[in-house]
Design a protein around this ligand. Structure first.
Ligand code: PHE
Length: 356
């Protein structure tokens, strides 16, 4: 009994005096740990006679509870103290000059791709994609360009070395092969736009061997030229932000559309200057047409049952026209001065995305 009250005084005093959490933990282990003094006494209870065991057990239990509570109280006091100390000593100097991080810009090409997608999204189109390395079948044959067709030569194709399986592979010259991939794997109605890289062996101030197109394809029942016109006039006016933009449809030829058109927008030239809008001149910006019956047949669809239209446009050209950029080659030169000048704010794009 005597032992117990001494043990109690000593342990409670030690807890009271514990200066930090490490010391406190050591006290806990000494008292209540597996080999702790209180634990060992509890183990010994079994050797006592019943009367003594009951009394001693009760005292020991009370002591254990007392010590546990006391440890808890001291622990929270010590924790608070160390927090207070840190709050008092740690300071953030808000006047310290920061290291400015240069902020990048959105490349005009990405910006224009994004703007075009936004417009067609509102018209119900979804984005689709296809591979840059295509086979001859998707890039030409299924698009109604037979082997001996002169259009094959016109597109200055980069061919890959002949593969052992005899399939001719190439870098796609247009995004139109994605029309074939979509028609073969999806059931109409279809409404897709396809942004992507295309490649042609061509290089001067207005041509680079790699450039970007946006393809469009809409397939449903009873679709006619009026739908094509309505859709593309809406696009031109929205993209250039002009309600009264003149839009002209000129007969043209593409093997995979019939009839085919090229679409011009109005512009005005004064000397070197060119302004988009009402004027006496025209600028070509799009190729389009009603999907050729052979394209439907090549994809296992009945042209009597389905109709639709397709269109394609060069994204660099759209960017140059909308934002007044004179030289196509600068798009790929990664000149930081050009990127800063013509690039777009990351924050504008982000906030638009969030507000949408
Ligand atoms: N693929 C054509 C080109 O690259 C553009 C086009 C697409 C024309 C779809 C008509 C329909 O010139």
């Amino acid at each position: 009994m005597k032992n117990l009250s001494i043990l109690r005084e000593q342990t409670l005093k030690a807890i009271e005096d514990a200066a930090d959490l490490t010391v406190l933990e050591a006290i806990r282990v000494n008292a209540l740990g597996k080999q702790g003094e209180i634990s060992l006494l509890m183990k010994k209870l079994g050797t006592l006679d019943p009367q003594e065991r009951r009394e001693q057990g009760q005292h020991l239990n009370e002591l254990r509870i007392l010590v546990t509570e006391s440890l808890g109280r001291r622990k929270s006091i010590l924790e608070n103290q160390s927090l207070e100390e840190r709050l008092a000593t740690e300071k953030i100097d808000v006047t310290l000059p920061q290291c400015p991080q240069p902020l990048g810009t959105i490349h005009p090409l990405s910006q224009v791709m994004y703007e075009v997608i936004q417009i067609f999204k509102k018209l119900g189109f979804a984005v689709a994609e296809g591979p840059n390395i295509e086979d001859d079948e998707h890039n030409f044959t299924a698009l109604n360009v037979p082997l001996d067709h002169p259009a094959r030569l016109e597109q200055d194709t980069f061919y890959l070395p002949q593969s052992p399986n005899g399939i001719t592979m190439l870098l796609r010259t247009q995004t139109s092969p994605v029309q074939i991939r979509t028609l073969k794997t999806n059931k109409p109605p279809i409404r897709i736009i396809v942004p992507g890289r295309v490649f042609r062996s061509d290089s001067d101030a207005t041509h680079t061997p790699n450039f970007h197109q946006m393809e469009g394809l809409l397939i449903d029942k009873d679709i006619h030229m009026g739908h094509l016109k309505g859709c593309l006039i809406t696009f031109c006016k929205e993209f250039f932000g002009m309600d009264d933009l003149p839009v002209r449809f000129r007969p043209a030829f593409f093997p995979f559309t019939e009839p085919s058109v090229e679409i011009d927008i109005g512009c005005k030239r004064t000397g070197q200057d060119m302004k988009i809008g009402k004027g006496t001149d025209w600028l070509e910006i799009l190729g389009a047409g009603m999907v050729h019956p052979n394209v439907f047949r090549n994809c296992g669809l009945d042209p009597e049952e389905h109709q639709g239209f397709a269109f394609g446009m060069g994204l660099e050209r759209l960017a140059m026209l909308k934002y007044g950029m004179p030289d196509l080659r600068a798009f790929y030169e990664c000149d930081i001065r050009w990127l800063r000048h013509y690039g777009f704010s990351v924050f504008d794009a982000l906030s638009e995305e969030i507000l949408r």
